[in-house]
Design a protein around this ligand. Structure first.
Ligand code: PLP
Length: 449
């Protein structure tokens, strides 16, 4: 039995992120109680297979005892240490050094945030500061990708190119621009990797030309466009975008908030493409959701530019009380140890074949028009007519019906706009977990046929 008094208090007082408030007052919350491995239990005792790792963050699965123990020990020893005014803490220092070790060689300095949105916001502030420091104050325009998601804080939500994050929020800002998404299933006339890459490169060049190269500060992208519907650009796309930025003199920022920490196979998607970003953002898998934390990493050139521009006495005026929080840093260190020494990165890579095979097999289902993935990040796109790729009429509220049916069958994933179903299973999944995922998914889709 769900505790009705809790549901009622939730409706009265708790504002839920990215939720229709009136619909929530009507529907009420599903209250989650506990988790173990890839499975959650709700407050009615119903067991649910989590195929989305929370919000693509619990990459190590639930109930990892060594993380709990590390966090508890750190809380007892030193629950808080500021990074302000030259103070520091051992976990924060070790984590910064570890991140420099496991990310592309271009990234040498780390600034810790509380999550992904403020990592992107911080990145924007650092870039603005950098170009002002260099004496190029006109370089203030930012370019991102249609359907890209970079957070929902004041500035990051403007780089996010999903209309729902702009509506009634006076976004995007006048200095935030977009180029088309490399969306093979929907956009491209020619779906060959070469054509998709060439189209994105041309679009970026044209946009920079239109704005004037002296005005464009940076290009932001996700290696796989996540919240916009798990859109997977071809291999070589990321590198081509970096080469284009380098040639134009525009900073190249890779947002690895979702794709970092084994989600697409390697520790970071940037490593697989051999790119060397000027700045990188990360969060989610950094602490695997066991505590809030994100980070911005930057090249030495950017760090030195900001440091020099500041002069001998003034601080760089950017900081959060909880930046480099020692408990979060301790958790991140243990989470990274689990990826590396605990074998989770290797397990994720080893079980990816079951994920890919399961998604591909779903193409036989009458509702499924497209199946796409990279590593353990994937999507199915549901269409009314497979040959014509006709989208379903939004009035049918198919996504809602799919989510309800999935819950009934004990499965959690994310139903995005445009009837795209997103999957991000934890790196601890076994072959049996995947069998169950696709068995429950088939029953779910059969229900809404
Ligand atoms: N960047 C990307 C690519 C994301 O997917 C997200 C969140 O989903 C963010 C930034 C924002 O992160 P957070 O929700 O931790 O603020």
């Amino acid at each position: 039995m769900q505790d009705d008094s809790l549901v009622s208090l939730d409706k009265q007082h708790l504002i839920h992120p990215v939720t229709n408030y009136h619909a929530h007052e009507h529907r009420g919350a599903t209250i989650l109680k506990s988790g173990q491995g890839a499975y959650l239990t709700d407050s009615t005792g119903k067991e649910l297979l989590d195929a989305f790792s929370g919000l693509w963050c619990v990459n190590v699965g639930y109930g990892q005892e060594s993380i709990v123990q590390a966090a508890e020990a750190q809380m007892r020893t030193l629950p808080y240490a500021t990074g302000y005014f030259h103070f520091s803490s051992e976990p924060a220092i070790k984590l910064a050094a570890k991140l420099v070790e496991i990310t592309p060689t271009s990234l040498q300095h780390v600034y810790f945030t509380l999550g992904g949105s403020d990592a992107v916001d911080s990145t924007i502030r650092f870039i603005v500061n950098y170009f002002n420091s260099l004496g190029k104050p006109q370089k203030k325009h930012f370019i991102s990708i249609e359907r890209g998601y970079h957070g929902s804080s004041s500035q990051s939500a403007g780089l996010t190119a999903l209309p729902v994050f702009h509506r009634h929020f006076d976004l995007p800002l006048p200095n935030q621009h977009r180029i088309p998404c490399p969306y093979a299933y929907r956009n491209a006339q020619d779906t060959s990797p070469e054509a998709i890459i060439a189209e994105s490169v041309m679009a970026l060049k044209n946009k920079v030309e239109e704005l004037g190269v002296d005005h464009v500060a940076a290009f932001f992208c996700e290696p796989v466009i996540g919240s916009g519907g798990v859109i997977v650009p071809p291999k070589g796309w990321l590198k081509a975008m970096q080469d284009c930025c380098n040639a134009l003199g525009v900073l190249f920022v890779v947002d690895e908030v979702i794709t970092g920490f084994g989600r697409t196979g390697p520790m970071f998607a940037s490593l697989a493409e051999d790119v060397t970003p000027d700045l990188m953002t990360m969060a989610k898998g950094l602490t695997a959701g066991y505590a809030p934390m994100g980070a911005v990493m930057m090249s030495d050139a950017i760090y030195q530019g900001i440091a020099d521009g500041c002069g001998p006495d003034a601080p760089v005026g950017h900081g959060y009380t909880y930046s480099a929080h020692p408990v979060s840093a301790t958790i991140a260190l243990e989470v990274i140890r689990l990826y590396e020494e605990g074998g989770l990165l290797a397990n994720g890579q080893a079980v990816t074949c079951h994920f890919e095979a399961g998604l591909t097999a779903m193409l036989d289902h009458p509702l499924v028009g497209d199946a796409r993935s990279r590593g353990l990040l994937g999507a199915l796109e549901l269409v009314a007519n497979k040959n014509k790729k006709t989208p379903f009429d939004p009035a049918l509220k198919l996504s809602e019906r799919v989510s309800t049916a999935a819950y009934k069958h004990g499965l959690i994933f994310r139903a995005f706009a445009d009837n795209i179903l997103g999957f991000a299973p934890a790196l601890c999944y076994t072959k049996e977990d995947f069998n169950l995922l696709f068995e429950r998914l088939k029953r779910t889709l059969d229900d809404v046929l």
